[in-house]
Design a protein around this ligand. Structure first.
Ligand SMILES: Cc1ncc(COP(=O)(O)O)c(C=O)c1O
Length: 258
């Protein structure tokens, strides 16, 4: 069967024995060339704006594969991978137990519009290991999770205000794309073009590492327990734990991720 997916380079890929469907990056072994080409197809060359290299500088590497604690770029260079897909591959890349299970499951189809026994078992396993997760709703992205948290908290409490911390990032959901920065908790301003003032009118941005005032107008307090989107900034000891009782007293939803 001939593939409708094009090779990266019809001549070099064939010469390198590269597969068009499952690309191994052997045909165009140049980080610069591939990234430059990616930016023409994908804005910023990344599929989540927070991963954009523009913000941090440096020359992006293009990953060909990962194995355990390492990733290899298309030029064959090996890196210790401190990112680990932002936590998603916590057991390391391509762990044999996982790849074997994935290959076995894929034969039965990969996505359905109906419940499956496998998702039930995963939810039960999470609840068993994390007692506070009495029930589980699985999401596809962090953005989907945080926008759901905001809606859930507002719906349950009947309140509108959300407290976030300056420098924390919670995905591309309008209410959480607010900027602060004056050193005290303030109502947020749009953090980026395209977010109207109304969308962040109920978002309070507090300085990171200061337990904020939480009253009964606040639906949720959302925090990165260890801030990792402004470099890595350790929390003052017990920040989430100290914010939680305050939140609980005013019946506010505490939420932390990653
Ligand atoms: C703490 C935190 N929450 C949410 C998100 C958004 O996740 P996603 O890119 O999967 O929407 C990120 C992304 O970097 C994050 O760091």
């Amino acid at each position: 069967m001939s593939s409708t997916i094009p090779l990266c380079d019809p001549v070099a890929c064939v010469a390198a024995g590269c597969d068009a469907v499952v690309c191994t990056g052997k045909g165009v072994p140049s980080n610069d060339r591939l990234f430059e080409r990616t930016t023409r197809a994908i804005p910023g060359g990344v599929n989540s704006s927070i991963r954009a290299f523009k913000a941090v500088g440096g020359r992006p590497y293009v990953v060909a594969r990962g194995e355990g604690a390492h990733v290899y770029d298309v030029e064959g260079r090996r890196y210790i991978d401190l990112v680990q897909s932002y936590g998603a591959v916590i057991l390391g890349h391509a762990h044999p137990t996982i790849t074997t299970a994935l290959a076995k499951a894929a034969v039965d189809g990969t996505s359905f519009g109906a419940p499956t026994p496998r998702e039930m078992k995963l939810a039960e396993a999470i609840s068993e290991r994390v007692p506070s997760c009495e029930r589980v709703r699985l999401m596809n992205s962090g953005t989907e999770a945080t926008s759901t948290v905001v809606r859930l908290a507002r719906g349950l409490t009947g309140r509108k205000k959300i407290i976030i911390f300056d420098g924390n990032f919670h995905g591309a959901t309008d209410a959480l794309l607010a900027a602060g920065g004056s050193g005290v908790a303030t109502l947020g301003l749009p953090g980026t073009a395209g977010v109207p003032e109304e969308a962040v009118a109920n978002t309070i941005v507090a300085p990171y590492n200061v337990v904020p005032e939480i009253d009964d107008t606040v639906a949720a307090v959302i925090v990165e327990p260890v801030a990792a989107n402004m470099g890595v900034v350790a929390p003052v000891p017990g920040l989430p734990r100290r914010a939680c009782p305050r939140a609980t007293r005013s019946r506010t939803f505490p939420s932390s991720h990653e």
